[in-house]
Design a protein around this ligand. Structure first.
Ligand SMILES: Nc1ncnc2c1ncn2[C@@H]1O[C@H](COP(=O)(O)OP(=O)(O)OP(=O)(O)O)[C@@H](O)[C@H]1O
Ligand SMILES: [Mg+2]
Length: 236
């Protein structure tokens, strides 16, 4: 309930601020409405697609279509989560979380996909994070390692008040001049290399959002395994 008063210039500035506030509010409202509409409409159609496919004869072509539809659903969820800003803050509460349990989940997921995945945790395995957001960060980083490398190593150190976590792989890595670029939404380096492997280029943007919203960050570097090393640092 701010009322502009005082000298004319001050009042004008005050009114300009109020107008700006109203515009921002309208904008956010429209964005939310649009996102809800898009997600509802597209999800409905995708569900219809999936149902129709079940009733067709299960030829290899239909199997392909099914995979594409699944891929589309996954990408859609990714875009929407990013647009809603869920990488950062979806109102989730930070709670004491067992890092070991989380990492073992990520590890067995990577192993199911056929990757040798080593895990080492030094120090206190209990950390205070928003668990769903943090899990998304881990899955994004380890998912990247799995997509680009064969061997994966996850090492966490929580001996101080900071958690330092490395995700290493033996893939091709990322040239140093591109290591900031790839954090931008929709940036992908390997468009040509493996186009069919999906991916929207949002994983690192979301992971960094999560890290920063916890008061930390993610940086990329060289891995001792020969590929990429993603390092997460968080006060935890
Ligand atoms: N471990 C890695 N090794 C080599 N290149 C990587 C690695 N991780 C990411 N990249 C490169 O950075 C790009 C951006 O990664 P990001 O996770 O943001 O998107 P994505 O993996 O392509 O798609 P999404 O994560 O949305 O499924 C990737 O397309 C790839 O070119
Ligand atoms: Mg990714």
């Amino acid at each position: 309930d701010f009322r502009p008063r005082g000298a004319r210039e001050v009042r004008q500035a005050g009114h300009a601020f109020l107008e700006m506030k109203r515009r921002i509010e309208r904008n956010m409202e429209q964005r939310t409405t649009m996102l809800n509409g898009v997600s509802h409409d597209l999800r409905t159609i995708l569900t219809r697609f999936k149902l129709s496919l079940v009733f067709l004869e299960q030829t290899p072509e239909v199997e392909d279509l099914k995979r594409d539809v699944d891929e589309m659903s996954r990408m859609l969820e990714g875009y929407l989560a990013f647009a809603r800003g869920e990488g950062g803050d979806a109102g989730e509460q930070a709670v004491e979380t067992d890092l070991r349990q989380l990492l073992e989940e990520v590890q067995s997921d990577a192993e199911r996909q056929g990757h040798v995945t080593e895990l080492e945790i030094v120090g206190d395995p209990m950390i205070t994070v928003r668990p769903d957001a943090f899990r998304r960060l881990l899955f994004n980083l380890v998912g990247n390692a799995a997509r680009h490398g064969d061997q994966i190593e996850i090492t966490a150190n929580h001996e101080t008040r900071w958690l330092v976590l490395h995700v290493d792989d033996d893939g091709p890595g990322i040239p140093s001049e591109m290591r900031e670029e790839v954090f931008k939404p929709f940036v992908r380096l390997d468009e040509a290399r493996n186009q069919d492997e999906g991916g929207s280029g949002l994983g690192l943007a979301i992971a960094r959002d999560v890290a920063r919203s916890h008061g930390g960050d993610i940086v990329l570097g060289d891995s001792p395994l020969g590929g990429l090393r993603a390092t997460v640092r968080l006060p935890a």
